[in-house]
Design a protein around this ligand. Structure first.
Ligand SMILES: Cc1ncc(COP(=O)(O)O)c(C=O)c1O
Length: 318
């Protein structure tokens, strides 16, 4: 029987869970780590899920028609995902990005035909940066549809309806830990909420950048972990609207060099090349798997994208 898909949008989600057997054996880890490989999405990241969720909802609500312009603030992956779904469904795209993001992502966005506005990285240091950038996007694009990944509730809802149920189904309910990073908070809040509703004892753990991996006034361009933000000790008004700050049972801080080293170990030992945030999430999962009390526990680590999206940055840091 023929098995033919009709649209890129039908290829989104249902990403595989891979048990990292070699990685576990090489470190004698008591816990089991299962990597959810989000680069299997058609535009290459976890963000394909929310791009399609947000666009589909806007179409169903009659808010957008082919030819319309979609705008958002993104560290790249959401832009790539929105641009891909927009290409498949006939929209134009424009994105506001901080000027430190991976050059590979910017090249890709231009190939998709997206219009790019680069914003100085130091702008995002201001306590009211999220509020200001949202106001600027709306003011400069009054007729565009603002997909608003940071606060659009369709983002966590999509993870509640897809990522969470997939993890539950594919582990046959055996998942004990769900580990991820926070960009908008959509993945961890939506999938975390779904999983905790199935299994109240399940732990949600966040991998966040340590202070040395964050920009400061003196050093606005450190080697950052693309796409993920610090969430502990951050005033609630500076957190994205889509982050549920009651969801995490633990937050593990790590620096960019540990994240990159972990991504390098993963590709060498399992043949899977994750991005920098994937390295960060896997390092946090490794810390959990190393605890004796977690012997035999099932730790699901969401790897948001592929390391190919950061090759230039990785090459220049060597
Ligand atoms: C590379 C990367 N990792 C992790 C995340 C975190 O995803 P979320 O926005 O669902 O919190 C993002 C999104 O910003 C990302 O682009």
């Amino acid at each position: 029987m023929a098995n033919i898909y009709d649209s890129l949008t039908n290829l989104i989600g249902n990403t595989p869970l891979l048990e990292l057997h070699n990685y576990r054996r090489n470190r004698n880890l008591p816990g089991r780590i299962l990597a959810k490989l989000e680069y299997f999405n058609p535009a290459g990241s976890v963000k394909d899920r929310i791009a399609w969720g947000i666009i589909r909802q806007a179409e169903e609500a009659g808010k957008i028609r082919p030819g319309d312009l979609l705008v958002d603030v993104t560290s790249g992956n959401t832009g790539i995902a929105l641009a891909a779904v927009a290409a498949a469904r006939g929209y134009r795209t424009k994105f506001y990005l901080s000027d430190n993001i991976s050059r590979d992502k910017i090249k890709l966005l231009r190939l998709y035909g997206a219009e790019i506005v680069e914003v100085e990285n130091s702008f995002f240091l201001a306590p009211d940066a999220l509020e200001k950038i949202t106001a600027r996007v709306q003011q400069e694009n009054p007729t565009a549809f603002f997909t608003d990944q940071l606060a659009n509730p369709v983002n966590p809802q999509t993870h509640f309806e897809t990522t969470g149920p997939e993890v539950w189904r594919d582990t046959d309910g055996t998942v004990d830990f769900f580990v991820g990073g926070v960009g908008t908070g959509g993945t961890i809040s939506g999938a975390g909420r779904f999983l905790k509703a199935q299994k109240p004892g399940l732990k949600v753990v966040i991998a966040e950048p340590a202070v040395e991996s964050l920009p400061t006034e003196e050093n606005p361009y450190p080697d950052e972990i693309d796409g993920v933000h610090k969430v502990s000790e951050v005033p609630p008004e500076q957190l994205p609207g889509n982050f549920d700050n009651t969801i995490a049972d633990e937050v593990i801080a790590l620096n960019t060099s540990d994240a990159r080293a972990t991504a390098a170990a993963l590709v060498a030992e399992e043949g899977i090349f994750g991005g920098t945030s994937a390295g960060a999430v896997l390092w946090a999962a490794t810390i959990l798997a190393a605890r004796p009390e977690n012997a035999g526990k099932v730790i699901v680590a969401v790897l948001p994208d592929t390391g190919e999206r950061y090759l230039t940055a990785v090459a220049s840091s060597r």
